[in-house]
Design a protein around this ligand. Structure first.
Ligand code: EPU
Length: 358
């Protein structure tokens, strides 16, 4: 096991913020985690788990030991007439996985094309786009506990998936406390952030394949092209085209995707806002609540193109903050707070950031 010192993190976060890790270990397999835990010095250190760095804002150098997940490999684990289970190393690139499954003849992930980041990060925030969320295709994952070294397999219920949420986003109340049940698996409801490392994710792609087409942007594509029964490859191509038109490519312009979650309000709150703002974009949910488009709220407050230092609001999608070059995490957060204040003052709604602030 190699402990690298003073490692630049700019290449490892899609915002391209300059920061360094005081120490970093590349986790290429579970054996590396065993070695970290067996090392008396490293075992006692706090840790920070880094996947593709596509959902973090670095506000300074990272003092905890960075565990950079680089577990590779993808394979078909099981195929029945009900569906296919694919097992993937947490360090694999998400978009390449989506493309690979299509090439292998296993459709089902096409709506999630072009989402930046790694496979191991996908359950952390339950990635979602164009009518599909990871939890809709999730089978199970393998994780290693960084306190006890135990390995376990978690199913969807144990991951506690919600909208851009899971147990992996919430800190354990006390890292040393027993977050595990009698069977050694985590008790749902506890935070597992920085407590476990996800090493493998298994996805279930159901048969027969059914397209997920409800999202407005996809319906528009069907009308434009006249294709009413697209195959998975067609949907993949549409999603790539829609994302390329709306969202900045992190390789060109640093960003972490949507910076805020779409807020949920009650029907009454929504009716109240509609009285004042009839054009507000909103979606009624099955549970009776209403989801508001945060991008619309920010846009309505006039933020598109505005900046703080080198951090700016993307011109084509107000929900995305971008790094115009050498932005600091502090600038990004100052801009984010100014947006939160102005949306709160105008709409009475508190926006919640989506990325993890480090
Ligand atoms: N809108 C505006 N102005 C803007 C941005 C959006 O008026 O500047 C309006 C749009 O016209 C549209 C509505 O807001 O009517 C929703 O916009 P869009 O379809 O672009 O989706 P979103 O709600 O802004 C969410 C996800 C994206 C995901 C898309 C497609 C969240 C926080 N974001 O964005 O996820 O790709 O839907 O499913 O849920 C991400 O999480 O990083 C991400 C990019």
């Amino acid at each position: 096991m190699l402990v690298e010192k003073n490692v630049p993190l700019q290449p490892y976060n899609t915002f391209h913020i300059v920061a360094k890790a005081f120490s970093l270990v590349r986790v290429t397999g579970v054996d590396v985690l065993d070695q970290v835990l067996a090392d008396p010095e490293l075992a006692a250190e706090p840790r920070f788990i880094l996947g593709g760095g596509s959902n973090i804002v670095l506000t300074g150098d990272v003092r905890p030991l960075v565990l950079k997940v680089e577990v590779m490999g993808r394979r078909v684990l099981q195929e029945t007439d009900k569906g296919t289970v694919i097992e993937v190393g947490a360090g694999e690139n998400w978009h390449e996985l989506v493309a690979w499954t299509l090439d292998q003849g296993y459709p089902g992930l096409e709506n999630l094309a072009m989402i930046p980041g790694t496979v191991g990060a996908s359950p952390v925030q339950n990635i979602g786009a164009y009518g599909l969320e990871l939890q809709d295709r999730f089978h199970s994952l393998d994780a290693t506990d960084l306190v006890t070294g135990a390995r376990y397999t978690l199913d969807a219920a144990q991951c506690g998936f919600g909208y851009r949420d899971s147990v992996f986003k919430h800190p354990a109340p006390d890292a040393a406390s027993a977050a595990l049940g009698a069977d050694g698996a985590p008790v749902t409801g506890f935070g597992l952030r920085d407590r476990v490392v996800i090493t493998h994710v298994r996805l279930f792609l159901p048969k027969p394949w059914k397209p997920v087409l409800g999202y407005a942007d996809l319906e528009r594509k069907m009308i434009e092209t006249g294709i009413t029964a697209p195959d998975a490859r067609q949907i993949f191509d549409w999603v790539c085209a829609i994302r390329s038109a709306k969202l900045p490519n992190p390789a060109v312009l640093g960003n972490a995707g949507s910076f805020f979650k779409n807020p949920q309000v009650t029907r009454e709150q929504c009716d109240d806002i509609i009285q004042r703002e009839p054009r507000i974009v909103h979606y009624p949910l099955d549970n009776g609540a209403v989801k508001l488009a945060a991008g619309w709220l920010i846009d309505a407050c006039g933020w598109k193109g505005k900046s703080v230092g080198n951090a700016a609001v993307y011109e084509r999608q107000a929900l995305v903050l971008v790094n115009r070059g050498d932005a600091t995490g502090g600038e990004v957060m100052t801009l984010a707070r100014a947006i939160q204040t102005s949306v709160y003052e105008r709409f009475g709604i508190q926006l919640e950031p989506e990325p993890v602030v480090v």
